[in-house]
Design a protein around this ligand. Structure first.
Ligand code: CTP
Length: 398
């Protein structure tokens, strides 16, 4: 991702975590410019951010700039996205009240870029109705909030107030950037399945597959950022939950079927990105199967086909499937499109060096009934998620 990110850091112990975020944003390809408040400098030295971002760090409103420009205006105009992490109650209160008395509050007031705020504070402060009211005020004005998370806080309290993990803030920021200027999905209820399933053989063994869940998580995160009400039915994966999604965690294909059919009752769109196991062990052994038992073959039975079941009683719902193929990509995908009664199928080749399993990128062809296939260049799963949702949005509003 290219562009300029202004990262505001305010004074709290979580300012140290902001250095991780700065480094992650740089690794994504963004040109990161950090503005710190005076209080933030008590927790982290500006040199940390200067080194990580390779850009000067701004603190003082009236410092003589190297080149002549009005700093709060130039950074405000340069920003493609404006992130404040951690954001204190004081900062949030000032912005909500229109107070601009330092470089950070002045710059965020002047920017037209999308603004993401990651609060971090004591749980009592976070629960304070004044802070909550300020967050509501800013949310209504289009400021995007992520976190805080619950857990043990630096002050010793346990509760909501911990800065969201940098990985989650990064994911959210990238979705905000990728989603800006695309159609809103407000009002849509979207169910996404993601990840592999695990079909248990005995208490220690199971059958599974290589799905990482990244594609499904990207779609869920993208839909939520664009205003949809999202339920993410997830098999076991090692990914942070995307911001703003209702999570339903399952393990087996049967559990995924029940959770998805249940959630789909109220849904406008179902995107089946999960790699559901097609077969499960015909029986589960309560005790661990010993090698001395001579166990040599496994009897399997079919799992429910969740997407086919939804397609057989489709109603008004928009159904999107995935087809991962090693051969005959388009003919296999076309067959699945019609046999499962889908509105769209996202087809990609798997296996070989370019296999998308676990990767951050994917190369796909999208097929819709009666339309020519649309092949995309390799792109990040995050951006691809937004491309898929643009087409879903067009189908919904047709
Ligand atoms: N799917 C599902 N439930 C299953 C199997 C698959 O909902 N039990 C969904 C997947 O999430 C995906 C699409 O169906 O969207 C994949 O179609 P499928 O024909 O099952 O593909 P494969 O499992 O690869 O099957 P095949 O052996 O026919 O290639």
């Amino acid at each position: 991702m290219t562009g300029t990110c202004v990262l505001g850091v305010t004074g709290g112990i979580a300012a140290a975590k902001a250095s991780l975020l700065a480094s992650m944003l740089v690794k994504q390809g963004l040109d990161v410019h950090v503005i710190m408040t005076e209080a933030a400098c008590e927790f982290v030295a500006p040199l940390t951010f200067r080194t990580l971002t390779a850009n000067p760090v701004s603190v003082d409103m009236f410092a003589e700039p190297g080149e002549w420009n009005v700093k709060h205006v130039s950074l405000a105009e340069a920003a493609d996205v404006f992130v404040v992490a951690p954001a204190t109650a004081n900062f949030i209160g000032k912005v909500a009240s229109g107070i601009a008395d330092d470089l950070l509050t002045t710059t965020i007031m002047a920017t037209r870029a999308p603004r993401v705020i990651a609060p971090a504070m004591n749980s009592g402060m976070y629960a304070n109705p004044i802070v909550q009211r300020n967050i509501e005020t800013l949310s209504a004005l289009g400021y995007r909030f992520i976190g805080p998370e619950s857990g043990r806080l630096a002050c010793g309290d346990v509760g909501a107030g911990r800065l969201a993990e940098p990985e989650r803030i990064l994911d959210f920021v990238l979705h905000v950037c990728a989603g800006t200027g695309r159609p809103s999905l407000a009002g849509l209820r979207v169910v996404v399945t993601a990840g592999p399933t695990r079909e248990p053989i005995d208490p220690v063994r199971f059958i599974t597959n290589r799905s990482s869940g990244k594609m499904g998580y990207a779609i869920a995160g993208a839909a939520a950022v664009r205003g949809a009400k999202v339920t993410l039915v997830s098999g076991p994966v090692f990914l942070p939950a995307p911001e703003g999604c209702e999570m339903v965690r399952v393990e087996t294909a049967c559990q995924m079927r029940d959770a998805t059919i249940d959630a789909a009752q109220e849904a406008d769109v179902v995107v089946a990105a999960a790699a559901v196991a097609d077969y499960m062990p015909a029986s589960f052994s309560e005790s661990k199967i010993k090698k001395s038992s001579g166990f040599g073959s496994l009897e399997l039975s079919r799992t429910p086909d969740i997407l086919a079941e939804l397609g057989s009683a489709k109603g008004e719902r928009v159904l999107v499937g995935f087809a991962a193929e090693t051969d005959d990509l388009l003919s296999n995908a076309e067959r699945k499109l019609s046999s499962k009664n889908l509105d769209m199928i996202v087809a990609n080749m798997v296996g070989g060096e370019d296999s998308p399993f676990g990767a951050d990128h994917n190369t796909v062809t999208i097929l819709c009934p009666g339309a020519p296939p649309e092949t995309f260049p390799a792109m990040s799963k995050l951006v691809l998620a937004h491309e898929i949702l643009d087409r879903v949005s067009a189908i919904c509003h047709h």
